[in-house]
Ligand binder design. Structure first.
Ligand SMILES: C[S@@+](CC[C@H](N)C(=O)[O-])C[C@H]1O[C@@H](n2cnc3c(N)ncnc32)[C@H](O)[C@@H]1O
Length: 274
């Protein structure tokens, strides 16, 4: 059961181009870098849970991975099927599904990507259910790559955009900072801000992954400080420096929350236990 605001947000159809508008976005470039670093080599079997229109699934399939994508938004699944059809030499599959109840068999995958579902599972019990399902379908030794949005994302983005004096924006940010429950009551006024979501404190994401029985391998900031500080990714001459900065402090605990997105890498230990 997907919340009506979340469904309406994705039915606008913006997700397919989000990571590619104006060239490849910092989020995409760094997420790919980290996914490549942690995934086992192809042809490992990857389940892309909440894979949307297939930005990562298509790329991984092209690299030789065996990829299946699931997503609860029918438009996203249609777009993912189209993306797969557009690369017949590197196929992948896509179907409707929910992170909390996966159809995949126990121990059937080498890696599970959760690059999005945890944002929209606003109840902790649902996030833990999604992580438990990821663990169930992983083989012993397999990895989950789980991304959360930083608790501080709307504060930092609001500063960058100069909208914090607006009482509506300030109210959204204030609630995010209190409990991470992000709500956008006027998406027509703040169309670039996200829909119904939970924004993690870095320590919460790590704790949820560990509590779900994974051995935490790493907790990383994806974009790094250059996502919000400095001249910005839209300046091509700045990109190498922004990427270097992201790598330099990707595991620095005091700076993790400065990245809009956080990646937790968890391993299902060989004995299947914690
Ligand atoms: C911001 S998009 C990210 C899409 C893609 N993984 C990416 O990183 O480009 C979040 C995705 O999570 C999906 N999602 C929302 N709730 C979900 C749930 N309960 N189970 C699985 N996916 C969900 C949405 O449909 C959407 O495709």
């Amino acid at each position: 059961m997907i919340d009506a605001a979340i469904r309406a947000y994705y039915e606008r159809g913006d997700e397919r181009d989000r990571l590619f508008a104006g060239g490849e976005r910092l989020e995409l470039v760094r997420t790919r870098e980290l996914v490549r670093r942690y995934l086992p080599p192809p042809p490992a079997a990857v389940l892309d849970v909440g894979g949307g229109p297939g930005a990562y699934a298509a790329w991984l399939a092209e690299a030789g991975y065996r990829v299946h994508l699931i997503d609860p938004i029918p438009l996203h699944v249609e777009q993912a099927v189209e993306a797969a059809a557009a690369q017949p030499a590197h196929p992948f599959t896509a179907a409707l599904g929910d992170a909390r109840r996966l159809d995949a068999a126990d121990a059937s995958h080498d890696s599970v990507l959760l690059l999005g579902p945890l944002y929209h599972l606003t109840e902790r019990t649902d996030r833990l259910a999604a992580l438990a399902e990821a663990r169930r379908v992983l083989r012993p030794g397999g990895l989950v790559l789980a991304v959360g949005i930083s608790r501080f994302a709307s504060l930092l983005d609001g500063m960058r955009q100069g909208v914090l004096a607006d009482p509506l924006a300030a109210g959204i940010v204030a609630r995010d900072l209190i409990d991470g429950q992000h709500r956008n009551p006027a998406p027509d006024r703040f169309p670039v801000w996200f829909t119904t979501a939970f924004f993690h404190h870095p320590s919460e994401l790590a704790a949820e992954v560990e509590e779900s029985g994974f051995a935490l391998q790493a907790l990383l900031g994806i974009e790094g400080p250059g996502g919000y500080v400095g001249p910005g990714w839209h300046e091509p001459s700045q990109r190498d420096g922004i990427l270097a900065a992201a790598r330099a402090v990707e595991q620095e605990p005091s700076l993790l929350g400065l990245s809009a997105h956080l990646l937790a890498v968890g391993r299902k230990t060989e004995d299947g236990g914690a």
